[in-house]
Write a new protein. Structure first.
Ligand SMILES: Cc1ncc(COP(=O)(O)O)c(C=O)c1O
Length: 419
């Protein structure tokens, strides 16, 4: 029973405490219990708690657009706030479809996603996702997404050109006039545990999409808002998607928030033709917008994007020193403060453990016993098998706290996996 959280520490009713190495679900970006956020939320509740977007605009929405807009790698960006990452992706898919319909491209509806993707748990987002355990009970509703290979340097020797050719071939097979969008996480998150694409991957994929009139949706729900050491992960490669989705770190958990952010001319086109029939009770919530603007302020004021990059290097070095030679550690990887250790039964073949061994779950439990939360990935090979642990603490973590997190994680690994 958690009763209190401050900075990177969560305290339970019985007095035990944990370092929040997982930032909840890699969501807490600025740390817990920030006085600025308490003030922002309470002022917003007192001033204008809620109005519906079909009836009113609000100052907090305009303020968020002004602060966040220049940081988003989307041309003339327009922001559509919702309540979480799944909703942000649903909104992106519907916007892509609406845009094509508005332009008379009535057949464009297919979404192409990647193997091992995670885009959320609502029906459309789950269909774009490729995690067998999450899909299993709902398969009769799914199956409308086309899939291209994951980009995973550790397990796949494909070059950027190979990936781009596969996407190109898939679009041509489907018929470009039927394809609405390609969606992908710039750095894989919940399923493939911070797997990185090969060099040149993102510019090459973006070029294929442009050539075929397919909208590029970058799902930055986990990677956005500084997590990887850039404001958005696509900034590492200078790519400007048509739509970027965010969530998690955008509100740091102070409010349930997702953001769908699209190119201005896409928004103008659907507005002009009235094709984007979409919205929720809590879309454009004044408190959510106020929280996100306050989070942007803290990230900028405290230089947390730069800290994420710097601390990411520190984490990579420490994890490699401590675990790099372990007989069951296949890979240590990531960008910024999205770091992962992937565990294998055999380092030479990279064969994973049998899922029945529940390696990721056991390491997570051992870390919890040692006072550390981490994020288990239980299908890190291909969305079906494979064990990894993600470390994604608040970007405000101190050097000392990060070192202690790594010490506890290493202890947990050694507890569970004898060499
Ligand atoms: C990349 C990505 N997209 C979408 C989602 C879904 O977000 P939410 O759980 O807020 O609906 C997640 C959640 O883990 C995610 O990592």
């Amino acid at each position: 029973m958690a009763v209190h959280a401050d900075g990177c520490t969560i305290t339970a009713a019985d007095g035990r405490s944990w370092l929040d190495g997982a930032g909840g679900a890699i969501a807490c970006s600025i740390g817990h219990g920030r006085a600025e956020l308490v003030a922002a939320v309470s002022d917003q509740v007192a001033t204008l708690d809620y109005v519906h977007a079909t009836q009113f605009e609000s100052a907090s929405l305009h303020d968020l657009a002004e602060r966040l807009g220049p940081l988003v790698p989307v041309d003339d960006v327009r922001i559509f706030p919702v309540s979480g990452g799944s909703e942000a992706n649903e909104s992106a898919f519907k916007l892509a479809r609406s845009y094509h319909v508005a332009r008379g491209d009535l057949d464009r509806h297919v979404v192409i996603a990647r193997s091992g993707a995670y885009h959320g748990n609502s029906r459309g987002a789950l269909d774009a996702s490729d995690r067998a355990a999450l899909r299993a009970g709902y398969e009769p509703w799914l199956g409308h997404t086309s899939r291209v290979p994951a980009a995973n340097r550790y397990r796949d020797a494909r070059s950027a050109a190979d990936h781009a050719n596969e996407l190109d071939r898939r679009i041509v097979e489907l018929g470009p006039e039927r394809v609405a969008a390609f969606v992908a996480e710039p750095v894989a998150g919940a399923t493939l545990a911070a797997a990185l694409p090969p060099d040149g991957y993102w510019p090459a994929m973006a070029e294929v999409c442009r050539r075929h009139g397919v909208l590029l949706i970058a799902d930055e729900v986990m990677t956005g808002f500084g997590r990887t050491g850039r404001w958005f992960a696509v900034d590492h490669w200078g790519v400007r998607p048509d739509i970027v989705t965010a969530g998690k770190g955008a509100s740091s958990g102070y409010w349930p928030l997702g953001l769908m952010m699209a190119r201005g001319d896409i928004a103008d086109t659907v507005t002009e033709h009235g094709t984007f029939v979409h919205g929720f009770t809590w879309s454009h919530h004044p408190i959510g917008a106020r929280v996100a603007a306050a989070v942007v302020d803290v990230i900028e004021r405290d230089g947390l994007v730069g800290r994420a990059e710097q601390l990411g290097r520190r984490a990579q070095a420490a994890l490699t020193d401590d675990l790099g030679d372990h007989a069951h550690v296949g890979d240590v990887r990531g960008l910024g403060l999205l770091r992962a250790v992937e565990f294998v039964a055999d380092r030479t073949t990279t064969a994973p453990f049998d899922r029945s061994e529940r390696v990721a779950e056991r390491i997570t439990a051992a870390a919890f016993e040692r006072g550390l939360t981490v994020y288990p990935c239980t299908s890190a090979v291909d969305g079906r098998v494979g064990d990894a642990i993600l470390l994604g603490p608040p970007l405000s973590v101190t050097d000392e706290e990060l070192d202690l997190m790594i010490e506890r994680l290493v202890g947990a690994v050694v507890d569970v996996l004898a060499e």
